[in-house]
Design a protein around this ligand. Structure first.
Ligand code: HEM
Length: 425
């Protein structure tokens, strides 16, 4: 019963398990191929994600990470322990602070292209989710390798999109067969993964990215090409649909809330005066940041974070058997009524910096040693795209509410068709 509901729409399943209002559950055990517990209590989320690393809860033994490693190899996302710490030290400096300046240039250029595309008459209906995915992939590709080589990384993104249905099918199957067994699913996933990884290997063999790009910096820090290949594939997979989801749902919420859209447009107009946003404009765009934060509360791009108990563990008064899977679903965590009054309401003011909030009541980027390493990159890209586009076009309110669908990341079911119009003057 649970397997079918979970397979159909896991986010709806987690919302059902959590309940709402007075019936909202902060710890909710459920059956799904073994013992599982959904956690919506920020204290316990902190314990699982940010407690002493690797000793009580880990990624090891979880089928999700075992399958994902077939594609990403030893890329940062699928690994744990010492190996993870070593790889994290390699990646961290290239995705933070001033190292992001050249990437921010790529973001501004991609945002400008999107604005131009949307402001060429005749104004029409567009699939915002498709446009956001394309823009996110373009900006990530240019940030990773620079404009001359970006097309190769865009191709990697397309190869992942091609592999994704097979990947999701294998992940959702009741039994995950070992990768050496030639089942139809394994074979299809094997082919799709080989196409992606071979293309990434070609890129590394044949091309020299500029030294100030993400890949250029990684190559300067690490000589092991397999490690670099694993991280390149990881960054493409982890980085573009996630950012696209943040942009898509922010634009959806702005379309639904025209007065907020006007406010964002006014802020951007006075900060930018018609040009594309840059990294230096961020301090002048506080409302944009609040809207993006609230959008990622209501529609977090990552819909699930899992860990597994190592040995028997106590958590919030519960005794958990070895091998219990802990689920942290940001969609339900972000609707904990004890931390978020009127949890379903869009209220950017929640992020105006005045109130006190539990650090783990809000976890779109996870937390602890595995916290998203692309956090700054993603927020920067989303703000630049929103601030560049918002003053230039008006998005008509959507004909209906979106249904959230859980693929590798959160997407609006069936895309997001919105009608464009010139921005009011
Ligand atoms: C809005 C966009 C994004 C969201 C919401 C997001 C969310 C997350 C979350 C929740 C995790 C933690 C997973 C876990 O603990 O199991 C994570 C990890 C990760 N993310 Fe992101 N992410 C985004 C964008 C990006 C971007 C742009 C990149 C790279 C350019 C990236 C690369 C990674 C990597 C490599 C990890 C693994 C980190 C580790 O285990 O140390 N993400 N992300």
């Amino acid at each position: 019963m649970n397997a079918r509901a979970y397979g159909t729409n896991p986010v709806a399943f987690y919302r059902g398990v959590s309940g709402s209002g007075d019936g909202y559950r902060t710890v909710a055990p459920f059956d799904l191929f073994g013992q599982n517990v959904l956690i919506n209590d920020p204290d316990l989320v902190a314990e699982v994600l940010a407690g002493p690393s690797g000793q009580r809860f880990g990624k090891t033994g979880l089928r999700f990470f075992a399958v994902i490693r077939r594609m990403l190899g030893s890329g940062l996302f699928g690994i744990d322990g010492d190996q993870h710490q070593r790889q994290r030290r390699l990646l961290y400096p290239v995705l933070r602070g001033d190292a992001l300046r050249p990437a921010a240039g790529a973001m501004s250029r991609a945002a400008e292209r999107l604005r131009e595309e949307w402001t060429v008459p005749p104004y029409r209906t567009v699939d915002v989710a498709e446009a956001a995915t394309r823009t996110s992939l373009e900006l990530l590709a240019e940030a990773l390798v620079g404009p001359p080589l970006a097309a190769s990384v865009v191709e990697l993104g397309h190869l992942f999109t091609h592999a994704e249905p097979t990947l999701l099918r294998v992940l959702k199957a009741p039994v995950v067969f070992p990768d050496w067994l030639p089942t139809p699913g394994n074979r299809r996933l094997g082919h799709a993964t080989a196409a992606l990884r071979n293309r990434a290997a070609d890129l590394l063999r044949l091309d020299e990215p500029a030294p100030d790009t993400v890949l250029g910096r990684l190559l300067a820090r690490e000589s092991d090409r397999t490690r670099i290949l694993d991280e390149l594939v990881t960054l493409v997979v982890a980085g573009h649909q996630s950012t696209a989801a943040a942009i898509t749902f922010t634009l959806y919420l702005l379309a639904k809330h025209p007065s907020e859209a006007r406010r964002i447009a006014e802020e951007a107009t006075s900060a930018l005066n018609g040009r594309a946003a840059t990294i230096d404009d961020l301090p002048a765009l506080p409302r944009t940041a609040m809207v993006v934060a609230e959008s990622m509360r209501l529609f977090p791009p990552v819909w699930i974070i899992t860990r597994r108990t190592i040995g028997t563990q106590r958590l919030g008064g519960h005794s958990l058997k070895p091998g219990t899977t802990l689920h942290i679903c940001p969609h339900t965590l972000h609707r904990n009524p004890a931390h978020w009054p009127e949890p379903d309401r869009f209220m950017p003011e929640r992020f105006d910096g005045t109130g006190h909030r539990h650090r783990f009541a809000y976890a779109p980027f996870g937390g602890g040693p595995h916290k998203c390493i692309g956090n700054d990159f993603a927020l920067l890209a989303t703000a630049i795209v929103i601030a560049t586009v918002a003053p230039a076009v008006h998005l008509h309110p959507p004909a209906q509410e979106v249904t959230v669908s859980a693929r590798s990341f959160t997407v609006p079911e069936g895309g997001l068709q919105l009608r464009l119009a010139p921005a009011p003057r």
